[in-house]
Structures are given as C-alpha cells and as structure tokens.
Design a protein around this ligand. Structure first.
Ligand code: CA
Length: 219
C-alpha cells in the first residue's frame, strides 16, 4: 500500500514516514502543496495524509483542486487547526477524515485503514474473490481457508489486484502501487514477485494477460 505524506515539518515528516514504513506502507513524502498536487495527479496512492499549513499551496487548496479534478484518493487531513470552522471546511472540501495534532500513531493507522476500507466500498476489512480473501487489518491472505502471511510488497500487489477483481493492471500500475519514489525497480521485479506468490497462493490465483498485465479472477 502506498501513501502520499504531505508535511513541511521535517521532524514530523521524517518520524511519520519512518513509522509508516515500519507499519508496511510504502511512503512518498513531499514538503509543499505544489508538489503534493502533482504527486496526486500522478496517481496510484492508496491514501494521502495532508497537512494544512504548507508552503506554495495551502493543504485545503490542494484538496479542493484534487477533488475538482475528480481525484478520489482517500485523504486524511492532519492538522493542528482544531476550530470548528476548520474541521467543517476540510470535510466539506472532500477530506475523508481528519486527525488533530498531536495524535497517537496507532490511531493514525486505524483511521487510514478506515478511509481506505470506505473507498473500497466494504464495511469490513476483508476484500477479495471466492478463491482469495485479503484481510486489510492483519495483512494476511486466506487461501482455501488457510491464512498465509504476506510480505509488504506481496500485500501491496494483492491489495491492488483485489480492489477490482477481474480488472487488468499493467506493470506500471502495479509498480506504482508497490514501490515508492527512489526505490530501484528492476525490469522484472513484478514478475519475480508474482512468481513467488503463485507458490503461496496457487498457480492460477494471479493470471497474466499477455502484453497487458495481470488480474485476479472476478469471482
Ligand atoms: Ca505545516
């Protein structure tokens, strides 16, 4: 799962991105509103964490423009501005939730899971098809009733595919979901990852569509 972190405070930004990576997220951290805007436009984020007071473009403006473009990325606003007007404003601009600074990291993770679940259209934290169910809370996959643990990258890949069973995702789309910026991605990284996962999930769990990409069966 890939998160965009928009935070101009170096201390908060670096501790948050480290903690998120420790919790299994792939994180892209940007420090101003204009960069946040272009990162969101590139797409591929499971969710975004957005500070409001930012250089170059205010967080509220980033959010307003993203929603105007039809960008549906789940957004959690992290703010020290706790007035009623501020809270109403960010929700009305299209934030999925907000969290007042300072906050507990566990609560941040829980709120991130909640907004991602809502976007997935599921009231519970399991998504999948008949053969495979992915538990977004424990990050395990259920294969024929057996729970299997997944690595961070395996989880990110399966999450992307199981959000829309049947849809074909290209190599580039999968790479965007699995790897953060600046990560070295070899040309066959996705193939190697999927090859390893087929041993865990069964040979037909993830299917290759020649020249186009990969998909999981729709049911
Ligand atoms: Ca700030």
């Amino acid at each position: 799962m890939r998160a965009l972190l928009v935070e101009d405070d170096e201390m908060i930004g670096s501790s948050l991105s480290q903690a998120l990576e420790g919790a299994g997220w792939s994180v892209d951290w940007v420090r101003d509103g204009a960069l946040a805007q272009s990162a969101l436009a590139d797409g591929g984020y499971t969710c975004a964490l957005l500070d409001l007071g930012l250089p170059r473009q205010d967080g509220a403006e980033v959010l307003r423009r993203a929603r105007e473009r039809g960008d549906a990325t789940p957004v959690l606003v992290l703010t020290a501005r706790g007035s009623l007007d501020d809270r109403v404003l960010v929700l009305d601009l299209g934030a999925d939730d907000y969290l007042l600074k300072p906050f507990e990291f566990r609560e941040l993770l829980a709120r991130m899971r909640a907004i991602v679940r809502r976007r997935d259209g599921a009231a519970h934290s399991v998504i999948g098809n008949t053969a495979l169910q992915l538990d977004l809370t424990t990050r395990e996959v259920l294969v024929d009733g057996q729970r299997e643990a997944l690595t961070q990258r395996e989880f990110a890949l399966l999450h992307a595919l199981l959000e829309r069973p049947g849809a074909i995702l290209s190599r580039e789309q999968l790479e965007n979901r699995i790897y953060g910026w600046g990560e070295e991605v070899t040309s066959n990284a996705v193939d190697v990852l999927i090859h390893g996962m087929r041993r865990k999930l069964g040979p037909d769990a993830i299917r290759n569509v020649r020249g186009l990409g990969w998909r999981v069966p729709s049911r």
